[in-house]
Design a protein around this ligand. Structure first.
Ligand SMILES: C[S@@+](CC[C@H](N)C(=O)[O-])C[C@H]1O[C@@H](n2cnc3c(N)ncnc32)[C@H](O)[C@@H]1O
Length: 471
């Protein structure tokens, strides 16, 4: 049987193309690109959809196939292991991709069995060999002979701990489950862990921000007002680019949590005309655009900084909606404190992080990150925070933000840096946001910080901590 690593390939003739529905072809191409070249599904999929010229229904199917397969990969691998009676590590990677896609259709979608199996077999012909196609056929037929509930019971028969059970059942790596457990426990809400894991497996509604002074929520027709951010509208679907305000850059797709992070800084206190603001890690520019609009309204000036040139270009694009766009620098943020000591009245550090708070919209991210990434990022985050604090003017305010709830990237970074920094005090971030949001945020015991959560607030898991340099 081929499709199994190390076995000789007997027949490499591809099956005629065209037997596979375009939606499935797009899905497998994205899934393979994610594995082979570290592509981001949320960036690549729209490009492939446009190229394939899929209608709305097929595009929705391709999206569900791609995102669902990538999200549930851990669970499907457990099923495939049992059905194939061998470790997934022994299966050729492209064939494993096809099996995962087939398993998703059989276990989580109402796709007719023959369509799911036959098209997977055709895909296996295209990416592997005729005998690999036979292997795919056998494994998927085995999966289709039991119900999704029966498979769940079989997979769940073996876990050694509660975290392992949660990891299998909700398709998150065990280390991520543990990190979430610790973060929720730290705020006295550990009983919410399973709700969080469930929430991570659902695509969020599209959230948009109407940039103050440039657009209003009412312009975004058909969208509803959001729960917390005064600038947000949410929509259940459709192409956001079809709204003129979005097309023109006056409104943008932006998670409500990200909006609140930017507003925590811009509305922490009234703006004094002439203030200088800095967005230290600005790419691709979502929060910079919101800060620039807020700055403009209050008579302040924003400077954006982004170390990666391609991402700095995206920031320039995001800011091109302004008649006099803010300056975009391309420094390593760790050098900015020394270059511009004491010069900024407000600074946003939306630090590079694991992104574990945005798993709903980045389906493959959970499998890509490793614990060692946390350790490396924590060092960088602390250095960026130290640099940002150095660039803060007397009385100036800094917001340290991550889209990860991992304690090592959030509280620990802030606590460690502030413990060795004189003349900086923490501000009451929950109190600041209480004055910003349309309704109170249900927060756990997070002290002077704010931690948002997908399951509780419907936002990404943004961490926000405000601090101020003394006068
Ligand atoms: C979480 S993202 C920022 C998202 C952005 N604020 C937004 O809302 O669109 C972090 C950014 O920091 C950038 N970055 C990473 N290391 C950096 C450094 N040493 N100095 C400045 N920026 C850095 C990354 O390239 C990335 O674009």
């Amino acid at each position: 049987m081929s499709g199994v690593r190390g076995e000789r390939r007997r027949d490499t003739r591809p099956a005629p193309a065209g037997r596979v529905q375009p939606a499935r072809r797009v899905a497998i191409e994205v899934i393979m690109a994610v594995r082979e070249s570290d592509a981001y599904a949320n960036l690549l999929l729209p490009v492939k959809l446009e190229r394939a010229r899929l209608g709305q229904q097929d595009a929705a199917l391709a999206t569900e196939l791609t995102y669902g397969t990538l999200r549930q990969q851990g669970y499907y691998d457990a099923v495939i292991r049992l059905a194939a009676n061998r470790p997934t590590e022994e299966i050729d990677s492209p064939i494993l991709d096809v099996l995962r896609l087939g398993a998703h259709q059989l276990l989580s979608m109402r796709v007719a069995q023959h369509a799911a199996v036959d098209e997977s077999v055709s895909l296996a012909h295209e990416v592997g060999t005729r005998s690999a196609a036979g292997f795919v056929n056998g494994v998927l037929r085995t999966i289709s002979r039991s119900t999704p509930d029966e498979w769940r019971a079989r997979v769940m028969a073996s876990p050694r701990s509660d975290d392992e059970r949660l990891s299998l059942e909700h398709s998150h790596p065990v280390w991520v489950v543990r990190a979430f457990r610790r973060a929720l426990a730290a705020e006295g809400r550990v009983d919410e862990l399973e709700d969080l894991l469930i929430a991570d497996n659902f695509a969020p509604r599209v959230s948009l921000v109407a940039l103050p002074g440039l657009a209003t929520i009412s312009e975004i027709r058909g969208a509803q007002k959001a729960k917390y951010s005064p600038l947000a509208a949410v929509s259940d679907g459709g192409d956001p680019g079809l709204w003129p305000a979005v097309d023109e850059g006056r409104a943008r797709v932006q998670d409500e949590g990200s909006q609140l992070a930017a507003l925590a800084l811009s509305r922490a206190r009234p703006i004094v005309r002439g203030e200088r603001w800095l967005d230290l890690c600005a790419g691709p520019g979502g929060k910079a655009a919101l800060l620039a609009a807020e700055a403009l309204e209050g008579g302040a000036t924003l400077v954006a900084n982004e170390v990666t040139p391609a991402r700095a270009e995206l920031v320039r694009k995001a800011l091109s909606v302004f008649a006099d766009p803010p300056q975009v620098l391309e420094f390593d943020g760790r050098t900015v404190g020394a270059r511009f000591p004491g010069q900024f009245d407000r600074i946003l550090i939306d630090a590079p992080c694991t992104g574990l708070g945005a798993l709903r919209r980045r389906p493959e991210a959970r499998w890509r990150k490793q614990p060692k990434d946390v350790a490396e990022l924590a060092v960088l985050q602390a250095e960026l925070l130290e640099s940002g604090l150095r660039a803060l003017a007397p009385g100036g305010i800094l917001a340290y933000v991550t889209c990860s709830p991992h304690l090592a990237e959030t509280r620990v970074v802030v606590d460690t840096v502030l413990a060795k920094t004189d003349g900086v005090v923490r501000l009451d971030t929950p109190a600041v946001l209480a004055a910003v949001t349309k309704r109170p945020l249900d927060l756990g015991d997070t002290g002077l910080n704010v931690q948002l959560w997908p399951h509780r607030h419907g936002t990404d898991a943004m961490f926000i901590s405000l601090m101020q340099r003394s006068l």
